[in-house]
Design a protein around this ligand. Structure first.
Ligand code: COA
Ligand code: AMP
Length: 624
């Protein structure tokens, strides 16, 4: 039996023993004597009697254990022309002092703190400082509009908001303070303070209870890590669901630390002293897990990159960073590579750099299309490894376990279920499907450590959204199949979630915005294939009777509305006026049929459709 098969079987046959053993990689202030607590099933808890501090595990134990002078963090920011390195000792000290600053404002264990920060070291410092004092951080991605920020403020009820004065996009400086002010104008909940890190590209005007980050830190004293229960929340990360209201995915402290440390070695083959780069954003789960927590938990060096893959200043940006910092493994989304391929198809830029230390390219966030896979593999000559997971799970569900037992790559597959995850493919009736048959990808409960225990303040929504469709199983929302070798192929979402340039978005929330326009009677938004971004949203609206607006004007208004209410990250640019939407006789919009037309998979028109002729107009638009 190979190492993978043996480990996978052990993890499912005796999870108690497996995860207690894995917990030894973490320093506990109170070592857990039990792994799984099923007493409130289907709500599970891991390490119910354990206590630890995540910031201690990510920093102090390395700083004091012989890695004090090793780089913990390398910040590389082509958009500002700046770079900075932090050793483990320096990063620990910065975090301890900033934690002291938070404590001086009365933030204590269990308080929520919202972070609205770009890819600067202060984002990492703020996350770890919250963890140090047991506060619960909630990072909001900078590309979201005030309304989205407001929804998160209202739900998390933060004591503080930590922000920078601006983020930097290639074509513009994005001022954050006006976005925060606009959000706070609409929320009932008001934080005690907004603490602003001033960047020279655009300084924010502070007023009222606003505080200056640098002044606050100047007066602060460092504080020690506070032990918290393993089951205490470490963070909340909001993600798009099928409705407009984002879901607050909760991450606990203990299970998260154990699972991430385990994944770093077993799945990525990255260890203490290695240099690792995740080119994502701290606003997404990939950034939380693999820019910040996992690499630091194992004593590796993590690269924090503020910029785009291309045009900052050239198409060789990725290769320059890998070469300059001696990066051994890179994790990014396929869309980023497609962006590089588009401007440098022959990878001429790559030839300028020494990539001799580079070992593996990891890809996730969206399906790795075979064309991008082959291109990357050909130009790099290293393994290019797809893997699949989601915000809720916190770490990979399916992967090619490079540290455990590297497996041959099958393009199009995310390779095999990871130890801890009991992946089952179910049909509509809940029957398990044989190899090769596509169905709903589900995970038999309990989920392993590191996965979400619930949604913030909403156990019922957690149950309803994930556990009710197939009792005893977690519904991933993706469909796919296992082949005869046990390789998993993820084919796409079955719900109203789309992935635009690796960014997870809800078409439901875009529909809510379109419906708010006075001319719109009804609407639908679906994801359609895009060469660069993988998917982009595409809107269809039916006008109220008697409305007479030029289509171009209406389109501009609707595009601007989505940008205003959701944010530029929605990349919403296309909307068409149609005379009717396809519906069932009971009036339900047939979005799945619309998606089928867009994907060229529209052979089966549902028998429940009210008026099949409506589909012709959609075909003419989507497949002209
Ligand atoms: N703050 C403010 N605005 C942001 C933003 C941020 N943090 N991130 C993106 N935006 C804006 C962009 O400026 C753009 O605005 P525009 O409409 O005015 O041009 C819009 O949101 C859409 O952004 P995006 O879809 O990212 O397109 P892009 O052309 O800027 O970049 C890629 C395309 C592929 C290079 C980029 O999306 C990328 O690197 N993606 C990787 C995704 C990733 O890391 N995913 C995480 C999972 S691994
Ligand atoms: P997020 O929660 O933002 O990480 O997005 C999770 C979703 O992205 C998944 O449910 C999938 O739909 C999609 N996804 C992530 N990684 C992959 C992958 N490797 N292959 C296919 N889809 C993926």
């Amino acid at each position: 039996m190979g190492a993978y098969t043996e480990t996978y079987r052990r993890s499912l046959d005796d999870p108690e023993r497996f995860w207690l053993e894995a917990a030894r990689a973490i320093d506990w202030t109170q070592r857990p004597t039990r792994a799984l607590d099923s007493s409130a099933a289907p709500f599970y808890r891991w390490y119910p009697d354990g206590e630890l501090n995540t910031s201690y595990n990510a920093l102090d134990r390395h700083a004091d254990g012989g890695r004090g002078a090793q780089d913990a963090l390398i910040w590389d920011s082509p958009v500002t022309g700046r770079k900075r390195r932090y050793t483990y000792a320096e990063l620990r000290d910065e975090v301890a002092t900033f934690a002291g600053a938070l404590a001086s404002l009365g933030v204590t264990r269990g308080d929520r703190v919202i972070l609205y920060l770009p890819m600067i070291p202060q984002a990492v410092i703020a996350m770890l400082a919250c963890a140090r004092i047991g506060a619960v951080h909630s990072v909001v991605f900078g590309g979201f509009a005030p309304k989205e920020l407001a929804a998160r403020i209202e739900d998390a009820k933060p004591k503080l908001i930590l922000a920078a004065s601006c983020g930097i996009e290639p074509t513009r400086v994005v001022e954050y303070k006006p976005i925060i002010d606009a959000a706070l104008e609409t929320t009932e909940h008001q934080p005690d303070h907004v603490v602003v890190f001033q960047r020279e590209q655009a300084r924010a005007e502070l007023s009222g209870t606003d505080l200056d980050w640098t002044e606050l830190v100047a007066d602060a004293d460092p504080v020690d890590p506070v032990p918290v229960k393993a089951t205490d929340p470490l963070y909340i990360l909001y993600t798009s669901g099928t409705t407009g209201r984002p879901k607050g995915v909760v991450r606990d402290a203990g299970g998260h630390a154990v699972a991430l440390a385990w994944s770093m070695g077993a799945l990525y083959d990255v260890h203490a002293g290695d240099v690792w780069w995740t080119a994502s954003d701290v606003g997404w789960v990939v950034g939380h897990s693999y820019i910040v927590y996992a690499p630091l938990l194992v004593g590796a060096t993590t690269v924090l990159y503020e910029g785009k893959p291309v045009g900052t200043p050239d198409a060789g940006a990725f290769w320059r960073v890998i070469s300059e910092h001696g990066v051994q493994a890179l994790f990014t989304a396929p869309t980023a590579l497609r962006a590089v391929k588009k401007v440098d198809p022959d990878a001429d830029e790559l030839k300028k750099y020494d990539l001799s230390r580079f070992r593996t390219l990891f890809m996730a966030g969206e399906r790795l299309d075979p064309e991008t896979y082959h291109w990357a593999h050909d130009i790099l000559g290293t393994p290019v490894v797809d893997h699949w997971w989601q915000t809720e799970t916190g770490w990979p569900i399916a992967a090619n376990p490079r540290g455990l037992e590297p497996m041959p790559v099958k393009p199009g597959s995310a390779t095999k279920p990871v130890p801890g995850w009991d992946v089952r493919i179910l049909d509509q009736a809940g029957e398990e499907l044989p190899a090769g048959r596509e169905g709903a990808i589900t995970l038999k409960l309990p989920l392993p450590p590191g996965s979400l225990p619930t949604l913030w303040g909403d156990d019922e929504r957690y149950r309803e959204a994930y556990l009710s469709r197939y009792p005893g199983y977690y519904l991933t929302g993706d469909s796919g199949y296992l082949d005869e070798d046990g390789y998993l192929f993820v084919m796409g979402r079955t719900d109203d979630v789309i992935n635009v340039a690796g960014h997870r978005l809800s078409t439901g929330s875009m529909e809510a915005v379109l419906a708010s326009h006075p001319a719109v009677a009804e609407c639908a938004v679906i994801g359609v294939a895009d060469q660069l971004k993988g998917q982009v949203p595409r809107g269809f609206v039916v006008l109220k009777s008697g409305v007479d607006v030029p289509e171009e004007q209406l389109r501009d208004e609707l595009v601007a509305l989505v940008r205003r209410d959701i944010g530029p990250v929605a990349a919403f640019r296309d909307v068409s006026v149609v005379s009717a939407l396809p519906k069932t006789r009971s009036g339900k919009i047939l979005r799945k049929t619309m998606r089928g037309i867009a994907d060229g998979r529209d052979e089966a028109v549902p028998s429940t459709i009210e008026d099949p002729s409506v589909l012709d107009a959609l075909r003419a638009i989507l497949r002209p």
